[in-house]
Design a protein around this ligand. Structure first.
Ligand code: MG
Length: 470
């Protein structure tokens, strides 16, 4: 019968079809894996390739040499909760109610969290077949309806808020002699013990234990992350590894005790660096390195009040809680061997941009709601200029500063007024430490900043303050 007659042509066709099917399968499998490694309160200056004199970060340094280091890479807030909300949604946190006039972050007595109406990174990536896993600190609502498993993550192992938070908050105060005023200086910060903090360690939606051994957090997060990578290597995956460290209280495992010349804080960073090496090693060993984008950054700047128990922002002014550069400019490393052209990038980028960037590399459109997200893939993959030219620095629900290109202005505290006043203007390329006010010489630029602020504010709709819910 003609249908089954074997001819040279049909063998050729079979071959062509075979090649086409293989190519199609490769294309389907070609969706890259994406891993975000997120440190907590790590400063811009806390890695050796950003100039720290004594903290050794050989794995971050190698990641930098093989990938792109962005020197103007920003979180969207100088504190945990709004920074994380913005990263997962591509929206300034004020839009989701995760910035508040009353509170900086969510606390264990909060009743709010990231609203279900928000579209998150894992939800977007699940649409095109990604497995989604989270390991580490969440801090976007600890009540069941707000947990990672309700926001697009297939699995989660970690703690629901910061490692200094617990259901029985007054106990911490008691340890400090009953005074909240001593909270920052109590002896338990210098010689922390895990039992001082009744923080829950969770898996999925179950509390595994209270007051887990915090010396094991970085290590166990790393083990869980590698387990996730190895068990999902046959399909594209998104892994969000949000370390609890180096947020105080500082803990590291036995292997890293007195390991760093930079003391306890250095030990903690060097263990995180070791973890980065293990993750990249696991990708290489499993043949995934060429198909995996790994990003390393931090949620906000160093907690300077903790002195040597906090990090440093290097040449930048300020730290955590500040809208000076030290509060929000973070280490920013992108690694994807064979895809990302190694370079040092001075253009502006932000964790807000993960949504549009990951959408582009996964071959889909970013959600419409991700209005503050720019697609950085042209810079990462083609060496184009970054499309992000500006950044709004939020402090609670108002904009305290604005960067456009090289210049940044600070607004007075009452920036919500109809005519906000500019209190300082800096050229960040010439003056990353924000020392030399240029309002006089750059007076011609200032009205444009006011106009941009007013245009931006007009896009902010009033929503329920999630941080104030009690
Ligand atoms: Mg933080």
């Amino acid at each position: 019968m003609k249908l089954f007659k074997k001819t040279k042509t049909s063998r050729f066709q079979t071959l062509v079809i075979g090649i086409a099917l293989t190519a199609a399968a490769t294309l389907v499998n070609a969706k890259p894996n994406i891993i975000v490694i997120f440190a907590d309160d790590m400063g811009y200056g806390d890695m050796s390739n950003n100039g720290h004199p004594t903290i050794r970060t050989p794995h971050l340094d190698q990641m930098t040499a093989e990938g792109q280091k962005w020197t103007s890479f920003y979180s969207a807030s100088s504190v945990c909760t709004p920074s994380r909300a913005a990263l997962l949604t591509g929206r300034y946190a004020v839009r989701s109610g995760m910035e508040s006039k009353a509170y900086g972050v969510l606390f264990p007595d909060s009743k709010g969290g990231l609203p279900a109406s928000e579209v998150t990174l894992p939800e977007m990536l699940k649409e095109v077949g990604y497995a989604t896993g989270m390991v580490g600190k969440w801090h976007l609502g600890h009540l069941p309806e707000f947990l990672p498993t309700r926001h697009g993550f297939d699995s989660w192992y970690g703690i629901p808020y910061s490692n200094d938070m617990e259901l029985d908050r007054p106990k911490v105060t008691e340890l400090n002699g009953g005074s909240l005023g001593q909270w920052h200086t109590g002896v338990h910060w210098d010689e922390p013990k895990s039992e001082y903090w009744q923080v829950p360690l969770m898996e999925g939606e179950t509390i595994l234990k209270l007051a887990p051994d915090q010396t094991q957090l970085t290590k166990s997060y790393t083990t869980k992350a590698i387990d996730f990578i190895e068990s999902h290597k046959k399909k594209p995956f998104f892994l969000y590894l949000a370390h609890s460290m180096p947020h105080v209280p500082l803990f590291r495992s036995k292997d890293f005790e007195d390991f760093s010349a930079a003391g306890l804080y250095g030990d903690v960073i060097e263990e995180i660096d070791h973890s980065v090496g293990q993750i990249l090693g696991a990708l290489r060993e499993n043949g995934l390195a060429k198909n995996t984008l790994v990003v390393f950054t931090s949620d906000n700047g160093p907690w300077l009040e903790f002195k040597t128990k906090g990090g440093i922002a290097g040449p930048l002014r300020g730290g955590k809680f500040d809208t000076y550069e030290g509060g929000m400019r973070e280490p920013g490393i992108f690694w994807w061997p064979g895809k990302i052209k190694p370079a040092i990038i001075h253009d502006i980028g932000s964790t807000l941009d993960f949504m549009a960037t990951f959408a582009a590399i996964a071959g889909l459109d970013a959600p419409e709601a991700a209005v503050d997200s720019y697609d950085l893939s042209g810079t990462l993959l083609q060496g184009e200029a970054s499309p992000r030219k500006e950044l709004f620095y939020y402090k609670s629900t108002h904009v305290e500063a604005l960067r456009v290109g090289s210049f940044k202005v600070h607004f007075d505290r009452d920036a919500r007024s109809a005519k906000p006043a500019i209190t300082a203007c800096y050229n960040l390329d010439h003056d990353p430490g924000e020392n030399y006010d240029l309002r006089e010489s750059q007076a011609h630029l200032l009205s444009d900043f006011i106009q941009r602020l007013q245009q931006h504010r007009a896009t902010i709709e009033p929503v329920e303050d999630q941080l104030a819910r009690r």
